[in-house]
Design a binder for this molecule. Sequence first.
Ligand SMILES: Cc1cc2nc3c(=O)[nH]c(=O)nc-3n(C[C@H](O)[C@H](O)[C@H](O)COP(=O)(O)OP(=O)(O)OC[C@H]3O[C@@H](n4cnc5c(N)ncnc54)[C@H](O)[C@@H]3O)c2cc1C
Length: 450
Amino acid sequence: MIKNSRTELRWGIGVVYLGRKPETNPKSTTCLMNDPTPVCIVGAGPAGTSAALKLAYHGIRCVLIDKATFPRDKVCGDAISGKVTTLLNRLDPAIIRRFEAEPGKVDIWGIQFYAPNGIPMEIPFVPAPGSDLPGAPGYVSRRWDFDHFMVREVERRPEVEVILGKAVKGYRPLPEGWEVQLEGGEVIHTRLLLVADGAHSRFSRHVAGLPVEKKHHAGAVRAYYRGVTGMDPRGFIELYFLKELTPGYFWIFPLPNGAANVGLGMRSDYIAKRRVNLRKAFEQVVQAHPVLSKRFAKAEREGPVQGYGLPLGSGRYRLSGDHYMLLGDAAHLVDPLTGEGIGNGFYSGFIAADQAKACIEAGDFSAAFMQAYDRRIDRVLGGELRLSYRMQRLARYPVLVNIIARIIHSNQGVVDAISRMYTDFEYRKQLINPLFWIRQMFKKSGSSAQ
Ligand SMILES: Cc1cc2nc3c(=O)[nH]c(=O)nc-3n(C[C@H](O)[C@H](O)[C@H](O)COP(=O)(O)OP(=O)(O)OC[C@H]3O[C@@H](n4cnc5c(N)ncnc54)[C@H](O)[C@@H]3O)c2cc1C
């Protein structure tokens, strides 16, 4: 594999051609821009649209390209965390007010975890310190709707040229940036490339050289259902750690009108080692699990069970190079414990936009200057990702999860502490301290966890 950041990357249908010069027939190649675009973003998912929005608020022109037209589906659990709403609110409270007014989403007020022995752990969300969010701390919103909302927000901004329904087919390094080659023969020359094309990003794999390491990767499947019974009336999402499927979990997330997003995810090395067929394991839970299957007795599935990969943020890679940055799933930023990738995609989008501003002001797009992006990602997300990775490794042991569940279940003080930990990262560090759990075991039920 070629890992040189200035390697030319071009692919045809099903074939990747590395290191070849693209055809330069001037008749078939149209340069979409007369002057090089300062910033070109590939991918209009959460990472790409958040970067475009933040750039627009910095007053920087950019082009945002996606192969899909919107609305479009993306296989996901559809849970939108407080990170997303907090960042949008900070950028412009008007955006979050428009999002609040969107139909088709459910307010989320907490999480119900179930240990392998079936003991429930109920964690209500408490607002992050200093939060002035008007609505719920989280949402479940189909990506069909949420990503469309974000694209419409970007389209409101005159600084962004949005090109939809056109796939990027290749990249060519230029002395002062990149040539982005679109299907149909057009090209865009840009000083700065923001790569936000998701978990299967070829640029990420073949130019930036990020490997797919199974222990830092997860597979997940999901399907939509209607008529699942026993849904939590308060708007709690449900996560089930099932003994035979750790480290990973089965989820049921509520959607409006009696619908639900239901799925199962697991670390890829365990899928391979135990030869788990995720689709079959999913069906098995829905049809035969002694407790859960009863809730699906009258439920109807809408559409197929679909799967997709999650590049977990537990590995450490270089996320930028000469004239480029990797964002979101292309940068492997999915939380290794929860599988949350939308919020981290947003963080990377916002940080990349700030770095783009710094590059333009300094006139410096070199790999050395771009390292500030990697450093800030590490400062903002690194500690949290490492902590989640440690917790994910603990979750491999069902017995340990059962013990923790028992402590939490019988101790309201611990519940309060974990609620706070969910939004207060510094406080959350206690979770991996064995002394914290030992202290809780000897506390009376209902006492404070501090
Ligand atoms: C089953 C499952 C459940 C999940 N559940 C959750 C959850 O509940 N909450 C959560 O926060 N995260 C969840 N995630 C993770 C989340 O889906 C991702 O982390 C998130 O979508 C990453 O956003 P992104 O913008 O980086 O990439 P994407 O959302 O994948 O967007 C990439 C975009 O790039 C476009 N693109 C790709 N190739 C090209 C090309 N060649 N040319 C032009 N455009 C291109 C695509 O069309 C797409 O629009 C889940 C993932 C899976 C698989």
